[in-house]
Design a binder for this molecule. Structure first.
Ligand code: C2E
Ligand code: MG
Ligand code: MG
Ligand code: MG
Length: 294
């Protein structure tokens, strides 16, 4: 009986493994197909000055417009794309769409603001991302200052020649370099200084902790003062409440991004914001529960 049970388990394990493999293969196939079929679009999330509240830049965030499933967020496909090398063609696609969109806004007579593009470690290792961006902005006649590149601390730590050369080349082109999800990785001050980072985007984890106790506030304050010492701007990610905005103002954080201002929205909604420049912060007379009762 023991032998039979063992055997049964063995069979179960085997079929389980191959199921996982089949699922993965079908996901891979679907993703490849989606790239061929051009099923991806880019949404844009505003970033605003902490005091002005006006649009200073925005982040390009890719979405998969699946014919049956509807809009699929990157959490469901970016890691797989990264694993199987598809993040490189996907990244190319995003670069092209962002540049084309900037050119379209310009042709509509709108005042352009920079767009930040998430660049994965694979794209940097691949060694062609700086050339892709350079040729795309040239093709559309865009200034390099309109493109910002978000990289993670993983990419900063990698000091392979290819990655270092790519980062140096982006800097040489005049592209702003930002560290995304800052504080979740293990980059050192020396590394950040060496690659000449312009902006730290502090991970939403720290924004969440900001108003949850003295410690969270102290940590954020330390990041802001470190960034100031290194002549970097600080952006807080994931700002969701007026209390967080209030604390970030007190800390002289430079810019904020998060649902309190706006989630990522379609390009035509961004056009509307560009057409009537104004503060995107909720007006003081609008109900903001719990804000420091003066
Ligand atoms: P990320 O670059 O750190 O982008 C911020 C993510 O947080 C976005 O999720 C955004 O929608 C979400 N977010 C913004 N504000 C708030 C907030 O107030 N609260 C909460 N809870 N979330 C907020 P999204 O669009 O699902 O993207 C997830 C991640 O996928 C991104 O994290 C980025 O790492 C990756 N990603 C997105 N687009 C691209 C791309 O074009 N290329 C690459 N390589 N990665 C991308
Ligand atoms: Mg990002
Ligand atoms: Mg981030
Ligand atoms: Mg992230």
């Amino acid at each position: 009986a023991a032998k039979a049970a063992g055997k049964g388990r063995y069979h179960f394990y085997q079929s389980h493994l191959s199921d996982a493999l089949l699922v993965r293969m079908s996901k891979e196939r679907a993703l490849r197909h989606a790239i061929d079929m051009d099923e991806f679009i880019v949404h844009y999330q505003p970033r605003v000055g902490v005091t002005s509240g006006t649009l200073s830049s925005m982040e390009a965030l890719v979405r998969w417009e699946h014919p049956e499933r509807g809009t699929v967020c990157p959490a469901e496909f970016i890691d797989l794309a990264e694993d199987i090398g598809l993040v490189v063609p996907l990244g190319e696609l995003v670069i092209n769409k962002v540049c084309a969109q900037l050119a379209q806004w310009r042709s509509q007579g709108l005042d352009l603001v920079p767009v930040s593009i998430n660049v994965s470690p694979q794209q940097l290792k691949n060694g062609h991302v700086s050339a892709s961006i350079a040729s795309c902005i040239a093709q559309h006649g865009l200034d390099a200052s309109l493109i910002e590149v978000e990289i993670t601390e993983t990419a900063v730590i990698d000091n392979s020649q290819t990655v270092s050369r790519e980062l140096a080349e982006l800097r040489r082109l005049g592209i702003t370099l930002m560290i995304d999800d800052f504080g979740t990785g293990h980059s050192s001050l020396a590394q950040l200084h060496r690659i000449d980072v312009d902006v730290l985007k502090v991970d939403q984890e720290f924004t969440r902790a900001l108003c949850e106790g003295v410690e969270g506030y102290t940590v954020f304050r330390a990041i802001v003062s470190m960034a100031a010492a290194l002549d970097m701007c600080v952006v807080a990610e994931g700002v969701e409440t007026p209390e967080q905005l209030h604390a970030l103002r007190a800390l002289s954080c430079d810019e904020i991004q998060g649902h309190f201002i706006s989630k990522a929205i379609a390009a035509n909604e961004i056009s509307r914001i560009m057409r009537q420049p104004r503060s995107l912060l909720p007006l003081p007379h609008e109900p903001m529960h719990g804000v420091g009762g003066a």
